[in-house]
Design a protein around this ligand. Structure first.
Ligand code: NAD
Ligand code: UGA
Length: 465
């Protein structure tokens, strides 16, 4: 089937950028992105493209080019489903916070709602594409819902997981290492796979488009994230050892990364990985493994998460220890709140957990992030539910100027690797701080030697003091 009309349910960090790029590259296809969140859709439709709800370098240009031509954002979910030949499901799949599988399994509530809505509204045959990251065998749940409508409509279900990383979404979508499409290995399934291959083939070289069965595709997505997160936890585990042995983690990373079998990417020691997917997807893998009785497999992957929790906690403890074991009433400036640079996404950011730890010790925390708004910081802290909203507001101050954030502080903690932090006037910052002035570089981005020359006490991850 030649695709003429696409609907994407979910206008978030994946749905928005992915559909914007499909619309840009396939002007002959009408692409409608729908969401139940009215404010989000309104922001995607904002006349000023700089106000779209997802910050990604280059994204506003892509949206400006395609929006109103063949890219549309709407809250009319039924209409978009009805008109589409192909429907992408890009809704959120967070970790369950209640009941069976609480804290581990993916909550598939929103996926099921989408499937039921598609079943109810459709009057013509459709290809339904899982874009969200889902536990292996979810497609069978969707299929079972869709096949019991009694309307005579035929549905094909494909798995097409997204591998973009936030901060580089547009680049990743324009030039993906690979596109993965899983489908039934029946004549109808293969035909559906081909329809989606044809969409991507408009800009992705054919040999970068991999096709598999549905289950391999679903599992590959969870596994890809687990492997990446495992590398970060591996290098972070070594960072602690470096601090005790005077080996330097940056030198170690360079030395091992030069082995082409290991490779240089994803070996940056940090305060710990964040983001909406690594933790949730690994927990999901742990849950699935346990549900098949594979305890060793589950324990193996669970350790990646434990290491990450340890890294965040040990960073906060390091700050407290260095400030003479008391931060009560002391001002600590946090530079960066997003989980990585070039995004306004803060989900599971290490900054949240480090702040939580510092607040238990009654520190006063001043937060500055170039792209995160004040209200988001409080939403994140309130969501933890470890103290009242009033208390969070009493101890945390979100400021719009980094120099203001650092003024009168005992210490600065770098939480996100924003490039602009490197170009600040660190002498000026030092002059306005209480002494001894500390910098805790949770991202190893600052020039340690230069800061020491200015007079700072510097802690970098994986380097002995
Ligand atoms: P998100 O929370 O930013 O966006 C999801 C959107 O879906 C929200 O705007 C929500 O309102 C909407 N939604 C939920 N239920 C709906 C319904 N029934 N009808 C209409 N809209 C509905 O999430 P995200 O970061 O875009 O992630 C979506 C999926 O993609 C997740 O499964 C995630 O694991 C996966 N993924 C995310 C990334 C990433 O970098 N963020 C990368 C690859 C894969
Ligand atoms: C990750 C994957 O990289 C994407 O391929 C995947 O599509 C996505 O998850 C997803 O499924 O959502 P993302 O979470 O956006 O993308 O960002 P990453 O670049 O992977 O970074 C994750 C975290 O690890 C960040 O906090 C980052 O700062 C940290 N990190 C990364 C390190 O601490 N060290 C590194 O060397 C690399």
């Amino acid at each position: 089937m030649k695709i003429k009309s696409i609907c994407c349910i979910g206008a978030g960090y994946v749905g928005g950028p992915t559909m914007a790029v499909i619309a840009k590259k396939c002007p002959q296809i009408k692409v409608t992105v729908v969401d139940i969140n009215e404010a989000r859709i309104a922001a995607w439709n904002d006349e000023n493209v700089d106000n779209i709800p997802v910050y990604e370098p280059g994204l506003s240009d892509v949206v400006a080019e395609a929006r109103g031509r063949n890219l549309f954002f709407s809250t009319d979910v039924d209409k978009a489903i009805h008109e589409a030949d192909m429907i992408f499901i890009s809704v959120n799949t967070p970790t369950k916070t209640y009941g069976e599988g609480k804290g581990l399994a993916a909550d598939l509530k929103w996926i099921e709602l989408c499937a039921r809505q598609i079943a109810r509204v459709s009057t013509t045959d459709k290809i339904v594409v899982e874009k969200s990251t889902l536990p292996v065998r979810t497609a069978s749940t969707i299929k079972s819902i869709l096949d019991h409508t009694g309307s005579g409509v035929n549905f094909q279900i494909l798995s097409n997981p997204e591998f973009l990383a936030e901060g580089t979404a547009v680049e990743d979508l324009m030039k993906p290492d690979r596109v993965l499409i899983g489908g039934d290995q029946t004549p109808e399934g293969l035909e559906a796979i081909q329809s989606l291959v044809d969409v991507y083939a408009e800009w992705v070289p054919k040999d970068h488009i991999l096709t598999t069965n549905v289950w391999s595709s679903e599992l590959s997505k969870l596994t890809a994230n687990a492997f990446l997160a495992q590398r970060v936890s591996s290098i972070n585990a070594l960072s602690e050892l470096c601090e005790h042995t005077e080996a330097d983690i940056n030198e170690v990373a360079r030395a091992i990364g030069s082995d082409s079998r290991i490779g240089p990417k994803f070996l940056k020691a940090s305060v710990g990985f964040g983001g909406s997917c690594f933790q949730k997807d690994i927990l999901n893998l742990v849950y699935i493994s346990r549900s098949y009785g594979l305890d060793e497999v589950a324990d193996y992957w669970e350790q990646v998460i434990k290491m990450n929790d340890h890294q965040k906690k040990r960073f906060a403890k390091k700050i407290i220890r260095s400030l003479y074991n008391t931060v009560n009433g002391k001002k600590i400036a946090l530079l960066g709140w997003a989980f990585k640079k070039d995004t306004n996404d803060t989900r599971e950011s290490a900054a949240i957990y480090v702040t939580d730890h510092l607040l238990f010790e009654h520190a006063n925390v001043a937060v500055f992030d170039p792209k995160v708004r004040e209200e988001q910081v409080f939403v994140d802290m309130d969501y933890l539910n470890t103290r009242s909203s009033e208390e969070n507001r009493k101890y945390i101050d979100v400021v719009e100027d980094p120099y203001e954030a650092c003024k009168g502080a005992h210490a600065i903690a770098i939480m996100t690797e924003w490039d602009e932090f490197k170009t600040y006037d660190w002498q000026r910052i030092y002059d306005n701080m209480l002494k001894p002035a500390h910098v805790f570089d949770g991202r190893n981005i600052l020039d340690r030697k230069k800061l020491k020359q200015i007079g700072f006490q510097v802690y970098s991850i994986g380097t002995a003091d």
